[in-house]
Design a protein around this ligand. Structure first.
Ligand code: ATP
Length: 282
């Protein structure tokens, strides 16, 4: 949408509205140019090989870094012309980097509660019951309420990941960005997290969500849209059924990929060369 003087405006239903956005560092383009729109009720997955630009895109979506070029709106506000804090207090983020920064001795419930205060730039020695109740509710939504009194350092990797999602939800974000939340989890941990994220995806009150992953197996049921990235550019984006196809995955991962779907989930593997067995037998 443009108004008369050529300055772009955004649609109020768009939480992310990027037009030809790119991020460059030291003469290299990390990602872009990319045009991308995320609406209120959408759940996106961003998929692509190592180095494709997924985290760079997430950092711009989290208002952690400004695009080097292009036009970007987040939560209806023009990036670059809006106080960063005004945006970051409304966006829930989890990433490996965030997890690494958490002190081992931090009590889980305090960690979740403090998210609300951290984004507001406040600090309290003791928290109110209402804060505690909300933190427990968020932990419960991730199946982690029993961990409330534990220290972060004693949690398994899967438990940590679920606690971090609960923490991101604590600020009642309008946009939830999950950068590789299932990385490093064992099969049980991954399935537990994916199931929790499917429940969240199905909740009409849950924020618009963007999930970054390397694996189609980590896409929770109920995710609506997908973007495939390769070398900083979009291979395909749109409705998940149209984007997560063997053809698009083969293009993004530069090898022949076979794709299966079962119970609303995706499963991928390298396709066996046609006639390979026969050739060897001859
Ligand atoms: N500060 C930087 N300066 C120069 N290049 C960078 C910088 N940060 C990232 N890159 C490069 O930009 C590209 C995209 O990186 P990015 O971390 O966004 O990819 P990714 O898809 O998240 O990768 P992975 O799946 O491995 O986490 C990579 O080639 C990376 O080496």
């Amino acid at each position: 949408m443009r108004h008369d003087r050529g300055v772009r405006e955004t649609d109020p239903d768009l939480l992310i509205d990027f037009e030809d956005v790119a991020l460059r560092r030291g003469g290299n383009t990390l990602v872009g140019p990319i045009s991308w729109k995320v609406e209120l009720d959408e759940r996106w997955v961003i998929l692509g090989p190592n180095g494709a630009g997924k985290t760079s895109l997430m950092r711009m979506a989290a208002a952690e870094t400004h695009p080097s070029s292009g036009s970007a709106f987040l939560l209806g506000e023009p990036v670059g012309r809006t106080e960063v804090r005004e945006l970051t207090t409304r966006i829930g983020v989890t990433s490996a980097l965030l997890g690494e920064r958490i002190p081992e001795r931090e009590i889980v419930s305090d960690l979740v509660i403090s998210a609300g205060y951290a984004v507001l730039g406040r600090w309290k020695e003791t928290y109110d019951d209402v804060d505690r109740d909300q933190a427990l509710e968020m932990l419960e939504s991730m199946g982690a309420e029993h961990l409330a009194d534990r220290t972060f350092g004693t949690l398994s990797e899967g438990e940590r990941k679920r606690v971090l999602v609960a923490r991101a939800l604590m600020i009642n974000p309008e946009l939830l960005l999950l950068d590789e939340p299932a990385a490093g989890l064992d099969l049980g941990g991954r399935e537990e997290l994916v199931a929790r994220l499917a429940v969240l995806a199905a909740d009409p009150d849950a924020p618009a969500t963007v999930l970054v992953t390397h694996h189609v197996e980590e896409i929770p049921i109920g995710f609506t849209h997908a973007m495939l990235l390769k070398e900083g550019l979009v291979v395909a984006q749109g409705l998940i059924e149209d984007v997560i196809t063997a053809e698009n995955l083969s293009s993004a991962f530069s090898q022949s990929i076979a794709l299966d779907k079962a119970d609303g989930r995706f499963f991928a593997r390298r396709a066996r060369a046609a006639g390979g067995h026969r050739r060897r037998a001859e």
